[in-house]
Ligand binder design. Structure first.
Ligand SMILES: C[S@@+](CC[C@H](N)C(=O)[O-])C[C@H]1O[C@@H](n2cnc3c(N)ncnc32)[C@H](O)[C@@H]1O
Length: 270
């Protein structure tokens, strides 16, 4: 069954206003498949009926936005950011005397990204003092991240076997991250359309694989808020398919071996 055009338009507007995620025409199948479970549990006959009821019931709007987020993630995603972190960024911050090092993993999904950062620090800089704040707009992924509990399938997505042995404990069918790593990551709800979370200024921001969902005006405003949240000389990591080039030229892309990191032009002099 195809979704009515006004159903799609209502959902696309709601999701864009609340999260800045763009749902262009042609994404009807996505809206329908993501909202079908919500419609079923609300007892609606189909997604159109569910959305008709939704227009008068704002209490459900947040769960609709959450259902339309894409939470795809993996351990040590793309590898290079973690190599650059280890080889260049942390040593530079240590030389500059930054302690504690403050890290923000923005749009962290279910926690694989901040926990990959925590493992990198624990394995390579055991005496480094660091605070990691991990944020996302969606409550369900934050709850999962906070639990520190992952299925075998989730573990299989990029976690090297020695890391599994060293940093996780089996709990029934799942694996739980060691408490000292879990306690190092503070999960908080945060919308990138709003002011950055407290706990800064940050020396490092991971803002990976989320700008791709936004239009250029939103990308620019998110990058401006991240710039304001960064400590002088701080570092920004973006996703492999993302760049500041042509979006916000106050950033400079620095190639480090096969990876890259961004700094503000004035930050680079520090
Ligand atoms: C594809 S995941 C990226 C996860 C992780 N950063 C990585 O690279 O593996 C994108 C995440 O962005 C979050 N997100 C989308 N819009 C957001 C917004 N406006 N504010 C905060 N988080 C948002 C989604 O909930 C989702 O968990």
């Amino acid at each position: 069954m195809t979704l009515a055009a006004d159903t799609f338009d209502f959902v696309a507007t709601l999701v864009r206003d609340r999260s800045a995620i763009q749902l262009d025409r042609g994404k009807e199948y996505l809206v329908e498949s993501r909202l079908a479970p919500l419609a079923r549990s609300a007892g609606a006959t189909d997604v159109d009926a569910f959305v008709r009821a939704l227009r008068a019931d704002i209490s459900q709007h947040e769960s609709v936005v959450e259902a339309l987020t894409t939470n795809e993630t993996s351990w040590f995603r793309d590898l290079h950011p973690y190599t650059v972190l280890r080889s260049t960024v942390i040593p530079a911050l240590a030389t500059a005397g930054r302690s504690p090092v403050r890290i923000w993993s923005a749009a962290c999904s279910t926690g694989q990204e901040p926990y990959s950062i925590a493992m990198t620090l624990a394995d390579n800089f055991p005496s480094l003092k660091a605070h990691i704040v991990a944020t996302d707009i969606a409550d369900n992924v934050l709850a999962k991240g906070r639990s520190g509990r992952f299925t075998q399938l989730e573990i299989n997505r990029g976690l090297p076997a020695p890391m599994l042995v060293k940093h996780f404990e089996r709990q029934g069918p799942c694996f739980e991250i060691a408490p000292h790593l879990r306690n190092r990551v503070m999960f908080r709800k945060h919308n990138l359309l709003e002011q950055p979370p407290g706990g800064g200024p940050y020396d490092i921001v991971f803002l990976r694989n989320v700008l791709i969902y936004f239009d250029v005006v939103t990308k620019r405003s998110v990058l401006a808020r991240v710039r304001a949240a960064l400590a002088p000389g701080g570092y920004l990591f973006l996703g492999a398919a993302e760049t500041t080039i042509g979006v916000d030229d106050t950033w400079e892309r620095i190639q480090v071996e096969r990876g890259c990191v961004y700094r503000t032009r004035e930050g680079k002099r520090i």
